[in-house]
Design a binder for this molecule. Structure first.
Ligand SMILES: [Zn+2]
Length: 512
């Protein structure tokens, strides 16, 4: 009984893995107008609520992966950028009004992928390759197209809550192994070669449909759709160079000329305004170029890359703030704070964005605060952080730096008040809880510190360490009667969740 039900599960899961692993470079060679129906007719799609839950579950694993680029400034830029694309097509958020989240992962392959529920990843190599905002937008718009058209939800089909965790771990496994072609293919094929082949047809049509929706989003968002063609062409030529370590799946389904020609024919009769990029786009690329490999050797190589850029720019009599910014960020990473400051000042001067609120950049402001904080210029850091917070009131990264500056200047109480307000606004942000724990620690509030740490672990999906922290909180000498009540209630919730997860994983094990 159980064996048969697994049979029907397996193809669906593995196919999702295939779609996700190569969602960007797969080829839409077919010319059907509508999406074909999937194998079993009458099967329902995964509900939007379950789709979101599945996406969140996968994200817990991705955030814990060392290749996840955990950088507030880059994330804020990318999410501002992505939400502006969605502004003109709110319907892409679907019935459940998905709160999209865009992020970057370290990966030398030029690719991007969409996860269930509105989570979109871009590989670092893709960010570095994109020459302008229209090119980056074309990739994000394509991935938004996959989610808007519910491609993944349709492939997975309706699932019970119990299956979410096993599906999430399967997708995660496929993602983790995406840079190890042989292993990835083993997961993807899993002895169900026929089913996979059948599904590829769907995937090719899905690619084409995502291109079509993406093009519309791109155009209506005021970007230059020829950026899509230009970028796809560059992706096509770059992917040729990868033939040795490219997964077999991508080798046999490259970005095709048909796909590019298809987009070209859609846009040829139209005229477009040229899109003017935000200067932050180049700063974003510089930052990702540094973050994609932070080993000592790689930082030296990236440094000489930026130095070459500057030499080249000087010969053309052009400004080069993004390269100066890159050098400032590298110097900061190497703990050369004086040098970082010199380059940052140069970058600001070059960009003409030295002073005044309307011309400042989150990239500059945040690096300035980091330099002041790390070099222990505490009063200056607090002064700069207060100004920065006025300038970027909704930036969570600046908010965190502001509380770091408060703590460094022995104003822990103020930091606690600010952070507690923030946790009410952003209930799922485990970084905020972690920062709150730091602020409590600075004030010597032991029970509350461990309670906040427990929340932080729980939000990041680490239930067992969260339970340990609750235990420490309970034994803290300063735990009040009120704290005990909260600790007990949280423990009951978490134990329940822990039990459910273990059972879900056990069910999956039984079926093997
Ligand atoms: Zn795609």
């Amino acid at each position: 009984m159980k064996k048969t039900s697994f049979k029907t599960q397996l193809p669906r899961l593995t196919l999702v893995a295939v779609l996700l692993a190569g969602s960007y470079l797969t080829a839409p060679a077919l010319h059907a107008q509508n999406l074909p129906t999937l194998g079993d007719t009458g099967r329902e799609d995964l509900s939007p609520v379950m789709e979101r839950k599945l996406g969140e579950e996968i994200m817990l694993g991705i955030r814990a992966d060392p290749d996840y680029i955990d950088d507030e400034v880059a994330a804020e830029y990318l999410n501002d950028f992505g939400s502006r694309l969605l502004e003109v097509h709110q319907e892409a958020r679907g019935d459940a009004n998905f709160d999209f989240y865009f992020f970057t992962v370290r990966d030398p392959m030029i690719n991007a992928f969409a996860l269930p529920g509105g989570f979109i990843a871009v590989h670092s190599a893709l960010v570095v390759l994109a020459q302008n905002e229209s090119e980056l937008a074309s990739v994000l718009a394509h991935e938004i197209g996959h989610i808007a058209q519910r491609h993944i939800a349709r492939m997975i089909g309706n699932q019970k809550q119990d299956f979410l965790i096993p599906i999430a771990s399967l997708i995660l496994a496929a993602l983790t192994m995406r840079s190890n072609p042989d292993a990835a293919m083993a997961v993807a094929i899993g002895g169900e070669g026929l089913a996979v082949q059948r599904q590829l047809d769907f995937s090719q049509n899905a690619e084409r449909e995502a291109d079509r929706v993406g093009l519309q989003i791109l155009r209506d968002g005021g970007y230059d759709p020829s950026g899509m063609v230009a970028f796809f062409e560059r992706m096509q030529s770059s992917s040729r160079g990868y033939s040795d370590n490219f997964p077999a799946f991508l080798r046999t389904h490259p970005m095709t000329s048909e796909r590019i020609a298809d987009i070209q024919s859609r846009i040829q009769s139209e005229t477009f305004k040229k899109h003017i990029d935000s200067p932050d786009f180049q700063l974003f690329r510089s930052r990702i170029r540094v973050l994609q490999d932070e080993s000592a050797q790689a930082l030296l190589e990236t440094k000489s890359y930026f130095e070459d850029q500057i030499t080249h720019a000087i010969s053309l009599k052009k400004p080069y703030p993004a390269a100066e910014y890159g050098l400032a960020f590298i110097a900061f990473k190497q703990n050369n704070f004086k040098e970082a400051q010199v380059y940052l000042d140069k970058a600001r001067k070059e960009s003409g964005r030295e002073t005044g609120n309307d011309v400042s950049s989150l990239f500059f402001t945040s690096l300035q605060l980091d330099i002041l904080l790390r070099s222990k210029q505490n009063p200056a850091a607090l002064k700069a952080a207060e100004l920065a917070l006025q300038e970027f009131p909704v930036s969570r990264g600046i908010g965190r730096q502001y509380t770091d500056a408060l703590i460094a200047n022995q104003h822990g109480e103020q930091a606690i008040t600010y952070l507690r307000d923030q946790t009410l606004l952003y209930r799922k942000d485990f970084g905020l809880q972690e920062q709150l724990a730091k602020a409590y620690a600075a004030e010597g509030k032991e029970a509350l510190q461990h309670l906040a740490l427990a929340e932080s672990y729980a939000l990041s999906g680490a239930i067992s360490p969260a339970l340990d922290q609750l235990d420490i909180a309970r034994r803290s000498p300063d735990a009040t009667y009120y704290d005990h009540a909260i600790i007990d209630a949280r423990e009951r919730d978490l134990r329940e969740r822990y039990k459910d997860e273990l059972e879900a994983l056990k069910k999956q094990g039984d079926k093997k």
